[in-house]
Design a protein around this ligand. Structure first.
Ligand code: MG
Length: 300
């Protein structure tokens, strides 16, 4: 199922997001929130419920009256305000590790592939939805860069989750642009500030539930800037795969429903070019992972 959070383009000013489904045929959004007795009110509310909630949505959907044409709605980030920071994995594609090592002499080594997953977070206030402008003007170091990533949405709480059991904890998948102010990233020891400027976490356009992606390693990710292909990666090339990431994060820390794990970016970021090709106002960044779709954002 393709789940979205949306607002009507007209007359929906104060609404902070309706929960909807885009049916298989596309073209419209069927509203779930408020559509039947005890319907989930938001994406986080739905994710916190058990699988029965998805079954009820499937059963009710053909009969629900609130339907909007896609052109009449504004898609928001599927989880507009995450409960806690977005977990992110750094250096998780070999070719990306090499391009970063190549441009940063401090990191140049024979083999720079990390022995354990590199984990950092992005502030929840960085999240924006599809088509919202990335405010590059907040980066006074003029080094705003894109990182197309597959993101995993946790559905079932757990601590000490074994890799073999990890996929049962996955609710679904979305796309994240781990936008980064490169020079800020480097100058504070931790990457947190350079990764957390307002608007530096575009997310969407939807969450596809895990049952519709039986083998996530078959997915491919493409990032285009102004229609030029910059990143073309395969999720099968992750150094640390999704079960390993869930096992690692949950070893001593409880993962909660609605937690988001951005799995890392493949090669082709702007910093990997010589000279660097950072984002400029007026650029358009599009990240495509089918069947999730395309996350498109202009740079402001
Ligand atoms: Mg990243």
């Amino acid at each position: 199922m393709r789940l979205v959070t949306f607002r009507k383009k007209r007359g929906d000013g104060g609404n902070n997001g309706r929960l909807g489904v885009i049916p298989a045929g596309g073209g419209e959004v069927v509203e779930i929130s408020g559509s039947y007795l005890d319907a989930p009110k938001s994406m986080l509310d739905l994710i916190a419920r058990d699988a029965e909630a998805l079954r009820i949505i499937r059963m009710n959907m053909p009969h629900l009256p609130a339907r909007y044409r896609l052109e009449d709605v504004q898609l928001l980030a599927p989880i507009p305000v995450p409960r806690r920071n977005i977990f992110c994995i750094g250096k998780n594609y070999r070719a990306h590790v090499n391009e970063v090592s190549f441009v940063d002499p401090a990191e140049r080594k024979e083999d720079n592939v990390p022995a354990h997953p590199v984990v950092f977070t992005k502030a929840t206030t960085a999240v924006i939805g599809p088509d919202a402008a990335i405010p590059s003007w907040l980066d006074d170091t003029d080094s705003t860069d894109y990182e197309g990533e597959l993101a995993v949405i946790i559905g079932k709480e757990g601590r000490g989750i074994a890799a073999a059991d990890a996929m049962a904890h996955v609710f679904g998948y979305t796309i994240i642009n781990d936008v980064t102010a490169r020079r800020l990233q480097k100058c504070h020891g931790q990457w947190f500030i350079g990764k957390s400027l307002d608007g530096f976490c575009p997310m969407g356009p939807c969450i596809v539930t895990a049952d519709e992606i039986p083998d996530v390693t078959q997915l491919t990710l493409k990032t285009r800037v102004n229609h030029e292909l910059r990143q073309n990666g395969s999720v099968g090339d992750l150094i640390f795969d999704i079960p390993t990431l869930i096992e690692t994060l949950s070893r001593g820390m409880t993962l909660q429903p609605g937690d988001i794990i951005a799995t890392g970016t493949p090669a082709g970021v702007g910093m990997g070019f010589d000279p660097h090709r950072f984002l400029q106002p007026g650029d358009q960044v599009e990240i495509t992972i089918e069947p999730i779709g395309t996350l498109s954002n202009p740079v402001g």
